[in-house]
Design a protein around this ligand. Structure first.
Ligand SMILES: Cc1ncc(COP(=O)(O)O)c(C=O)c1O
Length: 404
């Protein structure tokens, strides 16, 4: 079928078709190929009909999935201990789809962690609220207040992060899930900061795990994507939604994330080691007033984090407050860095520094930021895999610059 080409076809026909659609070689490639084709050929139309009817799997059209994206989804499901996974074009697309899939509509309520990622906060408080959904932001570490809110609001969904951003609080996941389920809500856990190497929320009863795959899963700062791990019925419903809203992942991006996954445990282990060492060192630094890192015994959720993350580590992100100086001092710190990059992201092999008040949490009103404890002196570090001594020396010279 359309291969090989009929004898005698002209130059333009050969330019279009020659070499395409060859049967796969008998030996399979070891690494997954990138399959950019938008559409797919079936020898028999009855076969295609069966695929379109959902009776059997198979690629048809790239918005419905591609072999490369499917390979990534299989890998994510395996790492999360999920029966199924779905990939999307960004972490925000995954969060949006998961929320829609729980049944968030006008006159329904979502209970969300008050210190969730800035754009999750804004998606809830602006976009979904504009569509008539109610949103209640709560402190996920105050289980009594959470229980009261759940009983009063009867939400369709509860959404929280394994480690919150940028204050690095750790929620008691099993306890939150139990309370949410008792109130009839589904639970979405954004596990971007922990990755399945440290924490698999489905094992704690969560209904959806979402990741910004842009971060640790891709890991190299060169790809955007999102993933959702869940059970098969929810995956099917999410898939039907994804086909309609169209926020699909491209095959090139899927391939990069799939490749990133291969070194995930090695990278995250090293990032955790670097983060712990830097957090301990920052605690002793004269230019630093306070350090947030769940690996420090001084952190209020240290023991909970040790239990939840099975002692494997506490993540690669550390935040700290400069001893004073506000935005000007933070700017001086960021501009003085030479190894650590003052760039917006986290989870990369590169060490990155970010000013939450200016970037990740800019969309949250200043008063609300202050109420949440996100001060104008707060800096967030995402530790990479460089040599610890080089990261520390760079941070030291930049911190000293804030005191001049
Ligand atoms: C915890 C968390 N969740 C979700 C997102 C959104 O991911 P993306 O930028 O891939 O849409 C981010 C982005 O920084 C994040 O930090």
């Amino acid at each position: 079928m359309a291969y090989p080409l009929p004898e005698g076809v002209g130059f333009a026909t050969r330019a279009v078709h020659a070499g395409e659609r060859a049967p796969y070689p008998r030996a399979r490639p070891v690494a997954s190929p990138i399959t950019p084709s938008v559409s797919y050929l079936y020898e028999e139309m009855a076969d295609l009909d069966g695929v379109l009817a959902g009776e059997r799997p198979g690629p048809v059209y790239a918005r419905y999935g591609t072999p490369t994206v499917n390979a990534l989804e299989t890998a994510i499901a395996s790492l999360e201990g999920a029966s199924a996974a779905l990939a999307t074009s960004s972490g925000m697309a995954s969060i949006h789809l998961a929320l829609l899939n729980t049944g968030v509509r006008s006159n329904t309520t979502v209970v969300a962690a008050q210190d969730c990622y800035g754009h999750t906060y804004t998606l809830l408080s602006s976009v979904l609220a504009d569509h008539g959904a109610r949103v209640c932001f709560v402190d996920m570490n105050d289980l009594d207040a959470l229980e009261q809110t759940l009983a009063h609001e009867r939400p369709v969904a509860v959404i929280l992060e394994t480690i919150s951003n940028p204050l690095l609080k750790v929620a008691d996941l099993p306890a939150v899930v139990e309370l949410a389920h008792a109130a009839g809500a589904e639970v979405i856990v954004d596990a971007t900061f922990t990755t399945p190497w440290l924490c698999r929320p489905l094992e704690h009863g969560a209904d959806y795990v979402v990741h910004s795959a842009t971060k640790y899963l891709g890991g190299h700062g060169d790809v955007m994507g999102g993933v959702i791990a869940t059970n098969r019925p929810r995956r099917q419903a999410l898939y039907e939604l994804l086909k309609l809203v169209g926020s699909v992942l491209g095959p090139h991006e899927a391939w990069l994330i799939l490749r990133g996954l291969k070194t995930l445990p090695l990278r995250v282990q090293r990032q955790c080691e670097n983060a712990l060492a830097i957090a301990q060192w920052l605690e002793t630094h004269p230019a630093v007033a306070r350090v947030n890192y769940p690996g420090l015994p001084s952190h209020p959720h240290h023991e909970l984090a040790t239990r939840l993350f099975a002692g494997r580590g506490y993540g690669g992100v550390v935040s700290f407050e400069l001893a004073g100086g506000g935005a000007q001092a933070v700017f001086r710190f960021l501009e003085s860095l030479r190894v650590v990059l003052p760039a917006t992201s986290l989870g990369d092999i590169y060490s990155l520094a970010l000013y939450p008040a200016m970037s990740s949490h800019r969309s949250i009103p200043a008063q609300e930021r202050a109420r949440l404890g996100i001060s104008d002196n707060l800096v967030r570090l995402s530790l990479g895999i460089e040599d610890l001594a080089d990261i520390q020396a760079d941070l030291d010279q930049a911190l000293r610059a804030t005191q001049r």
